[in-house]
Ligand binder design. Sequence first.
Ligand SMILES: Cc1cc2nc3c(=O)[nH]c(=O)nc-3n(C[C@H](O)[C@H](O)[C@H](O)COP(=O)(O)OP(=O)(O)OC[C@H]3O[C@@H](n4cnc5c(N)ncnc54)[C@H](O)[C@@H]3O)c2cc1C
Length: 487
Amino acid sequence: MQALSKLTDNTYDVAVIGGGIIGAGVARDAALRGLSVALVEKSDFGSGTTSGSTRLIHGGLRYLEMFDFGLVRMDLRERETLLRIAPHLVKPLEFLIPFYGASLWFRAKMRVGMMLYDLLSYDKSLPHHRMLSAAETLAEEPSLRAEGLQGAAAYYDAQVAMPERLCLENILDAERYGAVLRSYTEVVGAMRESGRLQALRVRCTETGAEGELRAKVFVNATGAWFDRVARQTGDAHPPRIRTTKGIHITCERMNHKANVLFSPVDGRLFFVIPLLGQCWIGTTDTDFSEDPTVVRADGEDVEYLLRSVEPFFPQVRKLAIYSSNAGVRALVKQEGSASSVSRMHSITETQPGMISVLGGKITGYRAIAEEAVDAVSRQLGSGAPCRTHQELLPGALAPEPTGGAEALQRAVAREHCWHVADYLLRRRPTAFAADQGRGEAETAARLMGEALGWGPEQIQRELERYRAEADRALQYREEIPGMRFSG
Ligand SMILES: Cc1cc2nc3c(=O)[nH]c(=O)nc-3n(C[C@H](O)[C@H](O)[C@H](O)COP(=O)(O)OP(=O)(O)OC[C@H]3O[C@@H](n4cnc5c(N)ncnc54)[C@H](O)[C@@H]3O)c2cc1C
């Protein structure tokens, strides 16, 4: 672990709490504007909600129905920006919306929605939508149930298979521009002078060492942990966010395309998507008030997804289910059903010296970060313009090795990779292998041990830590009797 001293020796222009995609985006934007920047993340970078998402870079057709045109337009513009600045991570993906028992009104509504989606992305590089007959739909997605199929709408969005790397590349680029960033370092308190926040009390979660992180302005980008961190920094305001849980499962590939489906259980929209050679199904949306750190898919969540998919892909229950994934959304607090709450973010000064980011999506992270750094710059009296819409992320400039010893040494030497779990579950797509990397764990632990000077006991502890994290994603198995699982 790196010593805290470098972090706590200076007074920065801005200190960011939270190393998910939004905090990482804020750090990169501020560093590119020439500000001095620090960032602390209590766990591994990108290990929070960023790794629990559906992994789409999308305007969100669903939000059109909620008349959230501002959000859809912003995200469609950002989709184009990300396709440009991170082409190695963000890829175009074609979606089908198959129609079964759909009234003329529903199909007409879908068509208008598609036209509006094209209109709101008038500056896009992706193809426009198409309407398909039943035969054309089956030619493109042969595993769909043929009986009752009326046709489909086809349209393009984009996918980020590894949002963890999108996050990490923002971290690494911020570092390249002088930012000081520390994972496994949590905020545990705050110091004020004349009513204004002056410093955060930070603690290394590995060594227990504590120090003071001083800055002129602070940014709370802790997503689903927002209200907890606000309280820790002395903010007594009632909760500002609503937290909801969403889960996904991965199973053997049965689909060619990404599919948008409506659950027969409750009418909610969900996805069946190709992801890293597997089929990725999700998500759910249920209120969740526990600590987001302990979120996991339970048997009921998985059963809901299977019951939702089955009428469209009847073979799903015969396939091997490999694993699950869960995340906690942070939505700006509103009443109503979880799915009906707007995904629009909000940026406010929640206490003197603290700019807070509430809500938001991965898709809009760069624009959200720009807005947050604009607010920071106003406080600092700095007029440097944002550059993140122009500057490519580092992996787009020089492709990095994706596996083998070279990737592992690189991860340890340059990518803040401190644990076997960091490497297998977030630096590489191993979490999506049928065994979630279990077969590679011993070799990875031995090689990391050589690089980081671990003894045999530490190697054993690292393996246990990795297995505990990987096993949490399989815990639902004990809650669904008679189901076929791989591994
Ligand atoms: C099921 C689901 C599906 C989604 N699908 C999509 C999608 O397809 N497309 C899309 O654009 N968006 C999607 N989203 C939304 C998107 O994932 C989130 O908006 C985004 O990841 C939030 O990023 P963040 O940086 O705010 O939060 P996080 O990634 O959670 O980062 C916050 C960080 O703060 C850290 N932290 C907490 N407390 C402290 C502390 N005391 N000190 C230091 N650090 C601390 C946490 O460890 C965490 O890493 C989805 C969300 C969910 C839950």
